[in-house]
Design a protein around this ligand. Structure first.
Ligand code: AMP
Ligand code: GLY
Length: 420
C-alpha cells in the first residue's frame, strides 16, 4: 500500500515511522515532510494551499490513503476536496473541523448539548466586551475565535490585561475578528484525550499530558508544546466513562444532528477538576508532541487501523497498546517561541546511539547535501518508552547533551508531576 502524509512536524515523522513498521507498506510520501521523513519516505515539496495540484500528484503516484496531520488544511476543507475526487483520506471534513476552526462553534455546541466547559460569553465589539470585563471576577480567559497556531488565548489576572487582549483581537492581531470569547478560568490539571473514529464508531486512542510553557516549572510563554508523557497520570476508568458520556458522545451526536460525522483523530483538551472533566478545546487531529508519545505505545499495525477507518470498519478492529509509559522531550531553537535562528547545522545527530525503545522524531529540520539543519522553532523530539520514566528521561537528557547542539534549548523537567 502507498500512503501519503500531509505535514512536516514531529507528529508527521512519528506517523511515518509507525507506517514504516508495517509490512503492508510499499511506499510513503510526505507533503512536504522534514529531514527525518526524507530518510524513510519520499518528501514532495508542494503548496498545501493548492488542493488541485496536490490532487494531481496524489493521483499520478497512485497513493492509496492520505493522512492529514495539521489543522489548517482540514479546516480549509482538504478532506471534502480529495474525497470528491475519489481519494481516500483519513481526517475530518470541513464542517466537523470547525470543532477546532471556531472556538465559538464548539462553545455553542457545548451549550446546546450540556457539555461541561468553562462558563463563557461571546461579544461582538470592544465596548460590550470591556463593560463586561469591568464587572468580571478574575482571572478570566480571553480568546480569539479562529485558528491562531496556539496563540490567541490570553489568561488575564486583571482588567488592564483583559482589555488589552480584547483590543489586540479586535485590531486584527489574529486576522479579522467579528467576535471575541470571554471565559471563566478553570483551575485544575490538564489532560489530552484522544479518540479515533471512522464516522460510524470510535475507539479511545490514548491520553497524554502536554507541557505548553516554555520554561521549567511550567513558567514562561505558551508554546506549541515542549514535551509530553503518556498515559496521563489522571487516566482511570471512572474518569474515562465520564469523558465519553459527558463530552465525546454528545459532541458526536451534535455533529450527527448537523448531518455530518467525524472521521479521523479527535483530541479533547480537558481540564480535570476534582475528578470531573471540562472541555477546554477540541483539536481535529493528533496532538504534537502528544502523538510522539502515543504512537510508540501502539502495538496494533497503524496501517490496519487507518485502512479500517477509511473503509468504515473500525468497529471490528482491535487496538492494542504496550504496557510501557512514554515521554517526549522537545529540543527547540534557542529563543523559541519568539525570535530564533534557522539553518543551524545539527552536526552530530548521526553519531547519536539510540537504545531499544528510544526514538528521535524530527520536526523543524531540513536536509541539504546530506547535512541536517534546523528549520523551525521545535526541532527534534527525543522519546523514550519505559517502565521507569525517571530513568528514561535521564537517558534522553544524556542523549541530548551528547548532541552538543549549541543553538538548542529543552526542558529537563518534562513529566515532573508524575516523576516526583
Ligand atoms: P486553548 O488554545 O483553548 O487550548 O488554550 C491554550 C491554553 O490556555 C490551554 O491549554 C490552557 O492551559 C489554557 N486555557 C484555555 N482556556 C482556559 C480556561 N477556561 N481555564 C483555564 N485555562 C485555560
Ligand atoms: N500539543 C498541543 C497541540 O497539539 O495543539
Amino acid at each position: 500500500m502507498k500512503v501519503g502524509i500531509i505535514g512536516s512536524g514531529g507528529r508527521e515523522h512519528a506517523f511515518c515511522v509507525s507506517l514504516k513498521n508495517s509490512n503492508k507498506i510499499d511506499k510513503i510520501y510526505c507533503f512536504p515532510g522534514n529531514a527525518g521523513t526524507s530518510l524513510i519516505a519520499e518528501n514532495i515539496e508542494t503548496d498545501l494551499n493548492n488542493f488541485e495540484k496536490l490532487k494531481e500528484i496524489i493521483q499520478k503516484l497512485k497513493i492509496d490513503i492520505i493522512i492529514v496531520g495539521p489543522e489548517k488544511p482540514l479546516v480549509d476543507g482538504i478532506v471534502d476536496f480529495l474525497e470528491k475526487n475519489q481519494i481516500k483520506v483519513f481526517g475530518p471534513n470541513k464542517i466537523s473541523s470547525q470543532l477546532e476552526g471556531s472556538k465559538i462553534f464548539t462553545k455553542n455546541l457545548c451549550k446546546k448539548y450540556n457539555i461541561p466547559t468553562a462558563n463563557f460569553g461571546v461579544f461582538k465589539n470592544q465596548d460590550k466586551s470591556l463593560s463586561f470585563l469591568k464587572k468580571c471576577k478574575y482571572p478570566v480567559v480571553v480568546k480569539a475565535d479562529g485558528l491562531a497556531a496556539g496563540k490567541g488565548v490570553y489568561i488575564c489576572e486583571r482588567f488592564d490585561q483583559s482589555s488589552n487582549a480584547v483590543k489586540e483581537i479586535f485590531n486584527g492581531k489574529f486576522g479579522e475578528a467579528k467576535e471575541v470569547l470571554i471565559e471563566e478560568f478553570l483551575k485544575g490539571e490538564e489532560m489530552s484525550f484522544f479518540i479515533i473514529s471512522d464516522g460510524e464508531s470510535y475507539k479511545k486512542f490514548g491520553t497524554a499530558q502536554d507541557h505548553k510553557r516554555a520554561l521549567e516549572g511550567d513558567k514562561g510563554q505558551n508554546t506549541g508544546g515542549m514535551g509530553a508523557y503518556s498515559p496521563s497520570r489522571l487516566e482511570n476508568l471512572k474518569l474515562e466513562e465520564k469523558i465519553l458520556k459527558r463530552i465525546i458522545d454528545p459532541t458526536l451526536k451534535g455533529l450527527k444532528d448537523l448531518n455530518t460525522d467525524f472521521k479521523g483523530f479527535l483530541y479533547a483538551g480537558l481540564m480535570i477538576l476534582n475528578g470531573d472533566p471540562f472541555l477546554i478545546e477540541y483539536n481535529v487531529r493528533m496532538g504534537d508532541p502528544e502523538c510522539q508519545t502515543i504512537l510508540p505505545r501502539l502495538k496494533t499495525d497503524f496501517v490496519e487501523i487507518l485502512k479500517a477507518c477509511v473503509d468504515k470498519n473500525l468497529k471490528s478492529t482491535r487496538i492494542d497498546w504496550f504496557e510501557e509509559k512514554s515521554l517526549c522531550v522537545v529540543l527547540v531553537s534557542k529563543g523559541y517561541p519568539e525570535k530564533f535562528q534557522n539553518n543551524v547545522e545539527i552536526k552530530e545527530i548521526s553519531a547519536l546511539k539510540l537504545r531499544e525503545n528510544e526514538y528521535i522524531f524530527h520536526a523543524g529540520t531540513k536536509i541539504m547535501e546530506n547535512r541536517i539543519y534546523s528549520n523551525g522553532g521545535r526541532v527534534l523530539n527525543f522519546v523514550t518508552k519505559s517502565h521507569n520514566l525517571k530513568e528514561g528521561r535521564n537517558d534522553l537528557i544524556k542523549l541530548i547533551d551528547n548532541l552538543h547542539w549549541e543553538n538548542g534549548y529543552f526542558r529537563k523537567d518534562i513529566g515532573f508531576k508524575i516523576i516526583n
